[in-house]
Design a protein around this ligand. Sequence first.
Ligand code: SAJ
Length: 427
Amino acid sequence: MTGIKEVSVIGLGYIGLPTAAILAANGIRVHGVDVNERNVVAVNNGEVPFVEPELGDFVARGVQAGMLSASLENKAADAYILAVPTPFNDDYSADLSYIEAAADGIAPLLTGDELVILESTSPPGTTEHLTRHLAAARPDLDMDQLLVAHCPERVLPGYVMKELVTNDRIVGGMTPRAAELAKKLYETFCKAEILTTDAITAEMSKLVENSYRDVNIAFANELSTISDKLGINVWELIELANHHPRVNILQPGPGVGGHCIAVDPWFIVAAAPDEAQLIRQARVTNDAKPHWVITKTELLMSKADNPVVALLGLAFKKNIDDLRESPALQIALALAKKNPSTRFVISEPNVEVLPTTFAAMENVELADPADAIEQAGTVVLLVDHDEYADIQPGQLEGKQVIDTRGQWRFCDQGTIEEHEVMENIHA
Ligand code: SAJ
């Protein structure tokens, strides 16, 4: 038992809402707070304002059982979980204004011995900054009693409700007591190992995990451009190299999207600019990949018999509807803008209309994948959605093709210039 009966979760987004819902399912009364009225209304109706498998059931059950509610206003609780965004500024330093605003919201409610947990991915030192911010807002309180901890989220979008239970967690306390109490709270739903440490190590561990992945993807993306130059099929190359027992190269793609892997490494760079050379270069390499795909596509377009271009996928990764920070979207927008007289037929099976960023463009339309391919002389696969797995070599015959994800192994991303679909190459 934690002694914690009521928790307030500030920020009902991709992390806050699943955390609120799973706590509610495990006997904790949860009050969610969000600045967006749409989110608040949705939650109180037992609905989820975004796509995340299984979350809808949890929210509906929590609300029905009277264990989960939401509002625009903060409410006093035994523990507060802050799950608000930490975007970066133009100079790549972190924008802590959302954390500060959340702290300002709860400060008047504190009595002095509550647990305050920061879940937002944050630069090293942020939990301490939060503690000082609360202390400055409430000079009347004895801050030694206040228990502040950092417990970074590590769940993969699309698998959040499972990974909340099965992923190991790191809990870093400003004091050992804060870490222990936070650990007890997470034990109510997390069945994996919960490891305690200090706050700054927990902050760094989260950033390091995502940077590790970013560096590995940058290596794969660099291999894809090297392979292109040397006329090697990068997918086959990586598959072969990964047969070594100690090699595990990730997959190249059109770039790295999402709100985590493309952001978090910058927090390390900002904290240690002279030392974080490799981490910075990985960001630069991955950010350059969409431009490489754009150039490559334009080259293919100039060789195609038919001027229409099919772009397959806009999401930042497979089988999700999330278009934010998506390299596929970035590529599609840039191509359509740079080539106003070319018609782009776009497929994205997870959305019903094109995003408003395309609104002023008359040369784009949404279509299903088979239609898009049939109409086009150039086909660019940007996301490896399941819907594209069945596309047959025959459908691409005679077309210029670039497969940025290696979904169609019969296509060799490396030698696009002389590209003709190589039917039956693996037959
Ligand atoms: N990608 C590649 N090649 C790969 C793997 C991914 O190009 O081999 C691209 C994806 O297409 C996507 C981007 O990288 O554009 C990020 O996708 P992802 O699936 O690697 O990660 P996210 O951003 O969905 O979630 C990550 C996860 N972190 C790690 O795996 C270390 C997740 O566990 C974190 O909770 C999440 O970041 C977060 O919120 O920080």
